[in-house]
Write a protein that binds this ligand. Sequence first.
Ligand SMILES: [Zn+2]
Length: 250
Amino acid sequence: MPRKARDIFVKTLDTLLPPRCAVSGEIIDEQGMLSSKAWAGLDFIADPFCRICGVPFEYTDGVEDQGAMMCMSCMEKPPLFRAARAVVMYNETSRNLILGFKHGDKTQLVPVFVQWLLRSGGEFLGEVDFIIPVPLHYLRLVKRRYNQAALLAHGLTKETQIKTLPMALKRVRSTPSQGHLSAKERHDNVKGAFTVGLKYHEMLKNKNVLLIDDVYTSGATIKECTKVLKKAGVNGVYVLTLARVGRAER
Ligand SMILES: [Zn+2]
């Protein structure tokens, strides 16, 4: 649709159905924006956080060099990925926001999310050659009609000109929902669920990639994707998600 026609279309829609906040349902002034109540409920991740996995620290009293901080878990066993960052903590507000985006067709939020991702993952953009979204299994894709991680990846490409490879990583096995599983069960659940298309191996060899997903929960999915990407020849994997679970004490 030409821009002008689209503007009129959106305006008409706005008059018929005032845009509502994606979290609280309150009426708001502009399509895609959030109400002040939703803003207040979002817990944006800020320094200090682990330089590797991005987990924010609960207590930082007495820590001198905050720029070099690592959490206990990364110190004991560094993850396969180079570094991970997330925009907000996974709480009730961000959960509702992301569920609406995943299942409720709230795709008007993509430009807002992309701006958040750019802010939180800006330090990775100079390092990576490609952007790769965590894939859905095609059966789930048919049901949902879009892969939310791929929408975010394409949004990032638009802003950065870094190419997205939406088909490089494939989910070869449909995995049951992980909501109720323990960390160990999640790990087993995703084992062997992903593969990198053979024709991408040459393209990805010794390259750095930015892996995109909506939520970093136990890290099982991210770790499995990182493993197969590295096996396919990728040099460094950077991870960027909208939300993440957990805080680290220090
Ligand atoms: Zn860490």
